[in-house]
Write a protein that binds this ligand. Sequence first.
Ligand code: AGP
Length: 612
Amino acid sequence: MCGIVGYVGTREAVPILMESLGKLEYRGYDSAGIAVIGGDRIVVRKTQGRLDRLAGLLDGGAPSGTIGIGHTRWATHGKPSDINAHPHLDCKGDLAVVHNGIIENYLNLREELETRGHRFTSETDTETLPHLIEDNYNYNGDLEEAVRRSLEEARGSYAIAVLSRREPDKLVVARKNSPLIIGIGDGESFVASDIPAVLGFTKKVLILDDDEFAVITRDGVRVFTIDRKPVSKELLDVTWDPVLAEKGGYEHFMLKEIHEQPRAVRDTLSERISADGQDIVLNELGISREEINGIRKVFMVACGTAYHACLVGRQVVRKLARIPVEAELASEFRYSDPMVGEHDLTVVVSQSGETADTLAALREAKAKGSRVVAITNVMASSVAREAHDVIYTWAGPEIAVASTKAYISQLVCMYLLGIFLGRKRGIMPDDVTSSLVRDLKQLPLHIDTLFGRHEEDVKALAEKFKKCEDIFFIGRGLDYAVAMEGSLKLKEVSYIRAEAYAAGELKHGTLALIVEGVPVFALATQMDVYEKMVSNIKEVKARGAMVIALAYDDNEDIHRVADYVIRIPRTNDLLSPVLSVVPLQLFAYYAARARGCDVDKPRNLAKSVTVE
Ligand code: AGP
């Protein structure tokens, strides 16, 4: 999704804007631009393509100035092009605007503005904003008021930053349903869509809420509601280490983040295991025993990989707490008039905490009286702020578009939630709990051994199958949930058509697609359905499939039915997803690399999907 940055201070703005934009690259974009107030005019440089192309333009003479804005665009309205790239200007070049989100009534606004004489140059919805502000500005001569009035007229979602040549010392920013943060330095401030973009400059951050706007000068930041009431905001001390957001010697963020998983699991567990190591502590959940006993149903709602974590969570919570659980895609849930109410618990899962559909689902559940627990990776994100309770995944910043360490940490939170609910409902005995907690604590070590033993083998497999057009993933129970994540990972980074099926469903249709030589990943870690799974493997083998089985170390017969076996350390079957997904992530990564794909920034995808 688009990324916004801004700077007001005493240093040259361009290098700061470019560094911050670099930190937002992971969100996915197709063009980039900056605007700086230099002397008495606004200088804009923008281009289709990556940031290095913009840097090339700036090499020929970067505009000098200490206040500026920048943008990476992910096209929604109007194709990727130099003209459609942001910033956009008003008719006279007095105002520059960068925008994330969608102005839904832009066609009407544009028509009205054109009849009033405004000249548009791009196909974007965004360009209505500088013209609208220009109109209001001409009318009252006050930039803050002009922005505020314009936002009252514009419908949709936005995070914007506005510069005016006529008030060259101030930046006006605003948000509605699209994230925006302000980093506070000494005599300088930084604006960004996301915290990692300012971490190199400051760790003090102020999060703008929906329907708020801020006026930023060298003297400080003033925040108002859209109806101009002053708001006093809390400063957040960000504890993330900026180094974690760098590649640290790895060729890609995705590979680095896969390797960070042992630490992510350890950090997500730490502080949440009781001092005697026998139980879990989840102080962040303010739900009473009575409320828990009164829960009718748990709804788990999310998108993409986070939804796949819900598919695991559904089985985990059902099993440990014996409560009915439904897992739903947020984009479906929000429009389905869901039968959720005050006796239900809604768990929304989102790495970024800003996914538009997930946020809308959260609001829908809340409006219907449900208590909402968020599982998210980003402190003070919208999801975190709007939920009743938050369980943070301590995965650290995840930069690659393909989610890996956040997924694994979401799984850990599902186990914590399941144990917590099961204990409070009095159905998890001490010995079962302590044994599961012991196994949970072993997971980081187990993941480490996977890298040591198997990475080269998985890489060789990826090399072997890199030219395949189709790859299938099959499994039963939790293995099926992981198969879905394995196939999503592969398709999103390598563009190989990858599909996951419940192994028991093969003969109801999918078997027709299994032909000579097609690779099938067969996950076989669920011992209660192991023999059934072996039969399914034989079914695909009989049709000529090349089977890559994923099984425990001590499984002694799987090699008889599979062509290749990837082994994972033996653990409690309930916890196996945390281990079995790792070779699948590595396979996706190495297949994508071998095919020459842009691993961290796959085509058409964005890290944080803040529009519908
Ligand atoms: C993961 O690899 C994907 N890029 C994507 O499915 C992602 O999980 C989804 O967009 C949800 O994002 P969120 O966790 O930030 O809400």
